[in-house]
Design a protein around this ligand. Structure first.
Ligand SMILES: Nc1ncnc2c1ncn2[C@@H]1O[C@H](COP(=O)(O)OP(=O)(O)O)[C@@H](O)[C@H]1O
Ligand SMILES: [Mg+2]
Length: 366
């Protein structure tokens, strides 16, 4: 009987962003569900200092399942990714080759993992990896750049002003109010999980919101508020991406804040499918694929919209490494579309391998 070697998949989680703990929750869910008959799964935990640690087996967490306390276990072996004799390997600090890696599966949210930095590390050693590539990760993470590209493609977005830290006082509150009205949202250009996001209704709140957003980034967005439903679509594929059914977030507070997302069990609820008519849903699904392709995404992303009571569709943002616990929106949307969690993971792996094969065949020397 012929036996084919199981692929070695390095599942990367943690990372230096404010979403470190969320990443551990997403990564653990994937670790538990991934088809281990098909793949050898190696967990690589990335700490707050971007150091990589290789874990043996499934004992990689302290306080698993506790969103406020979960952390990577200490005592693992520090590893470095290298290309040795045209093979991608994990090495120890002493230079021993520990494992060959066939594919990296990053499950990091926010800066370093979702913004192209890690994708650049993979590309620099010629490694195959799942999910969105370097350039689209960078653009997708930067709310300012992404919106400009979408606006150029005729995709509706909320009106916004972008400010760098040194331009903080270049516009008065009156001028901003004139352009965008009230309320407004103030948010870091590169962040996620609603970290640093404020809803502003007065001048006093505006200055507090600026300070808060500038704690997390040197570039921020000030946006007109779009009053309506928050609806989301899961997109999956390389050249021919598919859109899931639409889902709806129903926040209980004034907006979908960090607390509502992760800390308060009653902070928000999800409706899958969203409470919207079929025509609107189809239009949003098409728009989601267009937004995905416009910035060059491949693999997977969650595309988030606002939908006003008048039926106006406004693209809010794209998440190229969306929350991925088994109860997160992205996998739930696929489950409702007929693709269960474990098969979704298989599909993401296949898409990563297919892209790698396609790109590796390009002419590199002339
Ligand atoms: N322009 C806006 N109009 C209305 N609500 C907004 C707007 N921008 C952000 N929000 C609210 O803030 C939440 C977080 O903002 P978002 O831009 O999605 O940042 P993040 O990347 O942190 O999720 C949204 O889910 C929504 O509830
Ligand atoms: Mg969001």
């Amino acid at each position: 009987m012929m036996t084919t070697k199981k692929a070695n998949i390095a599942l990367l989680m943690g990372g230096p962003s404010t979403e470190h703990k969320i990443s551990l929750l997403s990564g653990t869910s994937i670790y538990n569900a991934i088809n281990k008959d098909r793949y050898n799964v190696l967990v690589v935990g990335i700490d707050h200092d971007t150091r990589w640690w290789l874990y043996e087996g499934d004992d990689f967490l302290d306080y698993p399942g506790q969103p406020d306390k979960i952390s990577l276990k200490s005592g693992a072996m520090e590893v470095f990714v290298r290309n040795v004799d045209r093979k991608v390997v994990l090495m120890s600090a002493r230079g021993e080759i520990l494992k060959d890696i066939d594919l990296f599966f990053p499950v990091l949210h926010g800066s370093y993992g979702e913004d192209g930095v890690l994708q650049g590390v993979f590309q620099s050693v010629g490694a195959a990896y799942t999910g969105v590539g370097l350039m689209a990760s960078s653009v997708g993470m930067d709310k300012d750049l992404a919106k400009r590209v979408w606006r150029d493609a005729g995709i509706p977005i909320a009106d916004f002003i972008c400010l760098k830290k040194h331009e903080k006082s270049s516009l008065t509150f009156e001028e901003i109010k004139q352009k965008l009205g009230l309320p407004i949202f103030v948010k870091p250009a590169n962040a996620g999980s609603s970290v640093g996001v404020s809803k502003v209704t007065s001048e006093a709140e505006y200055y507090l919101a600026l300070d808060e957003a500038f704690r997390f980034d040197t570039k921020i967005l000030i946006e007109e508020a779009v009053i309506g439903k928050e609806v989301e679509c899961a997109v999956l594929g390389n050249e021919f991406p598919k859109a899931s059914v639409m889902g709806e977030i129903i926040p209980k507070a004034t907006f979908y804040s960090y607390e509502a997302k992760y800390l308060d069990d009653d902070g928000a609820s999800m409706a899958i499918p969203a409470n919207i008519d079929t025509d609107t849903s189809d239009a949003l699904r098409n728009l989601a694929v267009k937004a995905f392709q416009t910035i060059g995404c491949e693999g997977l992303a969650r595309v988030d919209f606002f939908l006003t009571s008048a039926g106006k569709m406004v693209l809010n943002e794209i998440n190229t490494l969306p929350g991925f616990t088994s109860i997160s929106m992205y996998p739930k949307l696929w489950e409702a579309t007929g693709l269960p969690y474990t098969q979704l993971i298989d599909e993401i792996i296949s898409l990563g391998l297919e892209r790698y094969k396609r790109d590796v065949s390009l002419v590199k020397r002339i």
